[in-house]
Design a protein around this ligand. Structure first.
Ligand code: COA
Length: 703
């Protein structure tokens, strides 16, 4: 990728002398941005563009060509690619539209395979180009005027990306790189992130993603990169639920956006709600020092906004310093008698600019206060005209030591002041939530940067061979799902604890099974023709003795045959009656975007209503599984409510890691779900009451 970002020479194939054409704008931006390398405009007409001689073909170029930007219509692209191959070009930047985005997949694939055969990588097609600050190269057809800086933007949306150029300039946000990835026929986010992680100029990467291709690789890359750089993502399609087959709860609960959200968090990526929020975050992240610790202090002249800020801190995971004794002494000199040195430190409405500055000096003087939030409501006692200068000097004095954010409220003069200070890169906001949101983003990313290496997922001793045999037998019958006793066999091979169960073919066997297991027992019909057992009257619960078992057997048989007279019935399953515990659901599936994904949630009959579930890219270790369990809203149920004992969370986490390992290693299984997984008191383990498995009879993708 180094050659793409730091090319010694760039050819523009389809360069035009006509200012109305993209091929002109790209050359113009390259010239105006002060590109430090050689520019080769290529056009069969020859001539000159902005002082650069136009060559009639690539073959006329005397030196090497590191990058060729193609800006010729789609039907001219194949011959242009052939010319580039002959010339030994390093990278193709294909601006041209009209490929896979309109269904023209074959031509796009062919272009990539020809490029690869000649050692070329392809950016695009269907893009607006690339900007790289290190070589002062603006090879885009954007509005120009990109400021160099420390934020790299990778965008899948062309129009939004071009609009972002203007917005970064308007907000004085400096970029280290800007890459339009378009159809991602070859180079994708993962390739670019890997490069940017090592790029010394890039401190923050902002990703705009519309759809994830090759999500497993993206996840692996992001997990590496977020330990070196801040990564912010904006993804469109928040509200759209994925059009996924609802063959299992795991599938139907996996709204594409929920999975994306959880996996981004797992990767340590910050997800912004809007472009504006993303811009606020990346601006702050690019300049703010990492906080030396977790304890922030709020300094305010108004009690109300102090409370708002406290709420925002809770929402955004910003912890407030709370040693009251130290607070009282640290702010004693600036605090009026009726003020409050509790954090938020309320200097009250009579505070002067000097009081403010001294209070902030006090925060920065203490090693155990790690970040400052300065809030100010405009009052008559305060000389607003001098305030801008005061903020500027406080900020400049401390900007490199600890993070500081400002939120100001007031009339038109304040609004103008906010704009002015922001244009200088000072983190000033007109709203408490915005100010705390950027600080929260910094804290979250800083925690990720400080994390140890990701734990290795455990390698459970799973009997894959036996599992594949079960799948093979069912597949031979043309089934893509397992019957209960087959699923139970897989569960056993997976190391899950299931209720004892015995398949019985006649009444004698049924009674013997019940006596072996011990009462009470449950009876379930076994027939591949009856999928919804309860609807068919094929389930009898809580059978206390021999007589009840005999009656139930006859009743189950009768009603199943009435429900489906031609059903082939293999027998009934006599199962241990499971004692109640906290009902949870554990699932794993092959996600269309991210590949193997594990799920944990609150189970029971309300699972579809509550949708209290969380997802992680699999395989996962025990630590991540516990954190995933802890992230659901109903987690307190597992901690023990109303005098109840703490539940065996470790045993539940173990099941999650086992399912995660299976789904990652056995790609032919598309969905596996344990519902419910009964979780008992601490030390008493869990029980997988029902296990469902769907698989791909074609064998799935090889792992
Ligand atoms: N080598 C070099 N130059 C060639 C060429 C070749 N093989 N074939 C044609 N050209 C020249 C043309 O003569 C023309 O030059 P001219 O202005 O001097 O006549 C120039 O290349 C451009 O070709 P033209 O046919 O005029 O195309 P265009 O400029 O109208 O459109 C694209 C070309 C690539 C811009 C257009 O096909 C396209 O895809 N537009 C959409 C781009 C886009 O939106 N991308 C995604 C953004 S997010």
């Amino acid at each position: 990728m180094g050659r793409l970002f730091n090319p010694r020479s760039v050819a523009v194939v389809g360069a035009s002398a006509n200012p109305g054409k993209i091929g002109y704008r790209i050359v113009e931006n390259m010239v105006k941005s002060g590109y430090i390398g050689q520019i080769y405009p290529i056009n069969p007409k020859g001539g000159e563009i902005l002082g650069w001689p136009v060559l009639r073909s690539l073959a006329e170029v005397k030196g090497d060509v590191d990058v060729a930007v193609l800006s010729v219509p789609a039907d001219h692209v194949p011959s242009a690619v052939a010319d580039c191959a002959a010339k030994g070009v390093g990278h193709l930047v294909v601006v041209t539209s009209g490929f896979s985005e309109i269904g023209n997949i074959a031509q796009e694939k062919e272009m990539v395979s020809i490029a690869h055969a000649h050692g070329m990588r392809v950016l695009g097609p269907n893009i607006f180009g690339i900007y790289s600050a290190s070589s002062r190269l603006d090879a885009t057809f954007g509005p120009g005027g990109i400021l160099p800086g420390h934020v790299a933007i990778i965008t899948q949306s062309g129009a939004l990306g071009i609009a972002m150029i203007g917005k970064t300039a308007a907000e004085s946000l400096g970029l280290s790189a800007l890459i339009s990835v378009g159809n991602k026929s070859d180079i994708d986010e993962a390739d670019l992130l890997t490069y940017l992680a090592e790029d010394p100029e890039t401190r923050v990467v902002l990703l705009y993603i519309e759809g994830v291709k090759n999500g497993e690789r993206l996840v692996r890359t992001l997990r590496q990169v977020t330990r070196r750089k801040h990564v912010v993502v904006i993804k469109s399609g928040r509200s759209a639920r994925g059009a996924m087959a609802a063959a299992s709860h795991t599938g139907s609960l996996a709204g594409a956006d929920d999975v994306f959200d959880d996996i981004m968090r797992q990767c340590g990526v910050l997800r912004a709600e809007s472009v504006q929020e993303a811009f606020d975050w990346v601006r702050f992240l690019a300049t703010a020092p990492l906080p030396p610790g977790e304890d922030a202090v709020i300094v305010t002249n108004g009690g109300g906004i102090g409370v708002l800020a406290t709420d925002a801190c809770e929402k955004h995971g910003v912890r407030l310093y709370d040693n009251q004794v130290v607070l009282a002494s640290a702010f004693a000199e600036v605090m009026p008698e009726f003020g409050s040195s509790k954090n938020p430190v309320d200097l009250t409405g009579q505070a002067t600019g000097e009081d403010y500055a001294r209070a902030l000096d006090a925060v920065f003087a203490r090693a155990d206060m790690h970040a400052a939030v300065a809030l100010y409501c405009e009052t008559a006692l305060f000389d607003t005209s001098q305030f801008a200068e005061l903020l500027r000097s406080v900020y400049r004095q401390y900007e490199r030591t600890k993070p500081i954010v400002f939120a100001l409220f007031g009339g038109a003069r304040m609004e103008a002041m906010i704009r002015e200070l922001r244009s200088e890169g000072i983190p000033v906001f007109g709203d408490v939530y915005e100010a705390i949101s950027v600080l929260g983003a910094l804290y979250r990313s800083a925690r990720r940067l400080a994390e140890e290496d990701d734990e290795e997922p455990p390698a459970h001793d799973i009997d894959l061979e036996r599992i594949r045999q079960v799948l093979g037998r069912a597949g031979a019958e043309g089934r893509g799902f397992l019957l209960a006793h087959e699923a139970a066999e897989v569960a056993l091979a997976l190391g899950l604890r299931m209720p004892r169960s015995i398949l019985s073919r006649d009444l004698d066997e049924v009674v013997r099974a019940a006596e072996t297991i011990g009462y009470p027992v449950v009876m379930k019909i076994v027939s591949k023709d009856i999928v919804h057992k309860s609807d068919a009257g094929g389930v009898a619960l809580d059978l206390e003795d021999r007589d009840e078992v005999v009656d139930a057997y006859q009743a189950v048989m009768r009603s199943c045959l009435r429900y489906k007279p031609d059903a082939v019935i293999e027998g009934v399953e006599v199962v241990e009656m499971v004692r109640p515990g906290v009902e949870t659901i554990v699932g794993a599936r092959q996600d269309p975007s991210f590949g193997p994904v594990a799920m944990f949630g609150l189970g029971g009959i309300y699972v579809e209503v509550m949708k209290d579930v969380s997802f992680r890219a699999a395989p996962i270790g025990a630590h991540v599984a516990r954190e995933m369990i802890g992230s659901i809203r109903s987690y307190p149920l597992l901690l023990g409510v109303r005098g109840g004992r703490r539940k065996d969370i470790g045993a539940a986490a173990d099941v999650v890691t086992r399912l995660g390992q299976l789904i990652a290693e056995c790609r032919e299984i598309t969905d596996i779900e344990v519902n419910p997984l009964m979780v008992y008191d601490y030390g008493e383990g869990v029980k997988a009451v029902d296990v469902r498995i769907l698989f791909d009879t074609q064998g799935g993708d090889a792992a």
